[in-house]
Ligand binder design. Sequence first.
Ligand code: SF4
Length: 329
Amino acid sequence: MIQDTPKKSEHLLEIKDLKKYYPVRGGFFRKKIGDVKAVDSISLELKRGETFGLVGESGCGKSTAGRTITRLFKPTSGKILFEGKDITNYRGSRLRNIRKDIQMVFQDPYASLNPKMMVGSIVSEPLINFGKGSEKSLKDEVLDLLTKVGLPEDAYYKYPHEFSGGQRQRIGIARALALKPKLIVADEPVSALDVSVQSQVLNLLKSLQKEFDLTLLFIAHDLSVVKHMSDRIGVMYLGNLVEVADADEIYQNPKHPYTQALISAIPQPDPRNKSERIILTGDVPSPQNPPTGCPFHPRCPEAMPECSEKRPHLKEVNKEHKVSCLLYE
Ligand code: SF4
């Protein structure tokens, strides 16, 4: 059992059976008639200094999981332990204080920056909110951050619309770094960018991670993007984690039929390395009305009769390789 103790553990973050449901209301009195189970029980640990890639199709609940972990959303149930402290139900000043250590980089750099604020104000805002530094030292600190993310110093006096998509994401990263957080949750940070600038932003995140000693939760729908960034990868399907392993292990030895299908769909740069693509039939079921048993069974090419009745759980099949599938139970 995870203890709520202040001692420094190997894990910066521990998530235990986390759920985030949204009530569905209907009828004349708008009574609750069900739940959208956006996150339906995920458990994972993030080691200090690692990059954990969370991947899955759109609508699988990975962004909701990221926002719930950062406490932008209130969890329905489960536990979030940050540095051993149970922050699941933090509110008010305790929640505000923990935000110094946990920051987010958002998918859409266009929408996440206030168009009426100059870049200098955007990046210094978190520092001012937390009462860090004098006006002079604030400016020096912001200029230093802008340099670190590869922006010129004159960016300080410009507005977001004067920058390209990649540069705006750099501004978002500078803002996230301002308070020197311990954990950054990056929610699809490059998916709104041109392919040509995606790798620049990914390389920037990698080098800043080392420099700032960051732990990174990197959320993406594209497995090839996650591979370059991650030490470990978790695959989500319909609000559940279905496989967790080291990045190399998951690419070379995927166990879950869903992961195998996702990996088979990655284009191979070398045409001699042809592997057969696994085509999944059917649509992703609604999280309001998930299938009984294994949530993947209506689309699984390996489904067995018991898969529609028995729910699998994430179990270790090799060292640090966990799978949620009845084939391995
Ligand atoms: Fe497929 Fe059954 Fe495994 Fe689910 S439990 S992934 S349906 S084989």
